[in-house]
Write a protein that binds this ligand. Structure first.
Ligand code: C2E
Ligand code: MG
Ligand code: MG
Ligand code: MG
Length: 269
């Protein structure tokens, strides 16, 4: 009896794993064509500065339709990373984001563009050069660009990444830590990497209990010492926004304010 159950379990696991692998391969195969035919696009989500209600940033977020259904970047970006496609996909998305947002960014002195980069992209010794080339090609002002990367980038291979980031920072590009608090957080990297911004992960905001509140307080104290700004991600409720304001966090991103939208929709806000 027991054997039967275990066997059943093992099979269930295999089936799951197999369909997961097939799905991944399917995504990868379609992605190759989709990059070639420019099927990917970006939407932009406003980040509001509550101290003056202006749009402080717009974050470019990748979008794609696979087999007539929207597929989340949380699913297809990791596949692109694992199959060596993130460099071409990331480059294509970056140039789209720059081209589309340029007019709006230039007309809005207070607004910068945020773009997500994967660690794999940072490991490329030509990363800074590629970014620079896209900025030049699109004539996008470097001081209006923020590159978002996760904490894992800070944990590994410091010298290569540090060099790339220093080069970009010297041109005026800003660096943000995305999903802050979910990975390897360390005071050392904050100092070494001269971070301009951190984005507090949504998981902190969804349950603002005593513990989370003390962490956020500590982070705002650190932000004074290390001179970085703090954005809160994933704000969905009025009371979350109020709690964050009470903690002196003014940069807000979330569905409470705006969902990701086209640049035309942003221009019409
Ligand atoms: P992220 O960079 O942390 O982006 C924020 C995500 O939270 C976005 O999901 C956004 O739509 C979602 N979000 C914003 N406000 C709320 C809210 O109030 N509630 C909830 N539940 N979610 C909210 P999205 O667009 O699905 O992107 C998922 C992740 O995929 C991004 O997380 C980022 O890590 C990655 N990604 C997206 N576009 C790109 C890209 O062009 N390049 C790279 N390398 N990664 C990307
Ligand atoms: Mg991000
Ligand atoms: Mg995030
Ligand atoms: Mg993320």
């Amino acid at each position: 009896q027991q054997k039967k159950t275990e066997k059943g379990k093992a099979r269930f696991f295999d089936d799951n794993l197999q369909s997961q692998l097939l799905r991944e391969l399917h995504i990868r195969n379609c992605m190759l064509n989709a990059i070639g035919s420019n099927e990917f696009y970006v939407l932009f989500q406003p980040i509001i500065d509550r101290s003056n209600e202006s749009i402080a940033f717009i974050e470019a977020l990748a979008r794609w339709t696979l087999d007539e259904d929207p597929i989340s970047p949380a699913e297809f970006i990791p596949v692109a990373e694992q199959h060596g496609l993130i460099k071409s996909l990331g480059g294509q998305l970056f140039e789209q984001a720059l081209t589309e947002s340029k007019a709006f960014i230039e007309a809005s002195p207070a607004t910068k563009l945020c773009f997500n980069v994967s660690i794999n992209q940072l490991h490329d010794a030509h990363f800074a050069k590629l970014i620079t080339r896209s900025l030049e090609l699109t004539e996008f002002p470097p001081e209006k660009l923020v590159l978002e990367m996760t904490e894992t980038a800070m944990a590994e291979d410091k010298s290569i990444i540090l060099k790339q980031l220093q080069q970009l920072r010297s041109m005026g590009v800003q660096i943000a830590i995305d999903d802050f608090g979910t990975g390897y957080s360390s005071l050392a990297y904050m100092q070494n990497f001269e971070i301009d911004l951190i984005k507090l992960d949504r998981s902190f905001i969804t349950q603002l209990d005593n513990e989370q509140t003390s962490i956020i307080k500590a982070v705002t104290e650190l932000s004074k010492a290390f001179h970085f700004d703090v954005i809160a991600e994933g704000i969905e409720l009025e009371e979350q926004a109020d709690s964050l304001l009470a903690l002196n966090i003014q940069l807000h991103q979330g569905f409470l304010y705006h969902k990701p939208m086209t640049i035309n929709q942003i221009e019409n806000l």
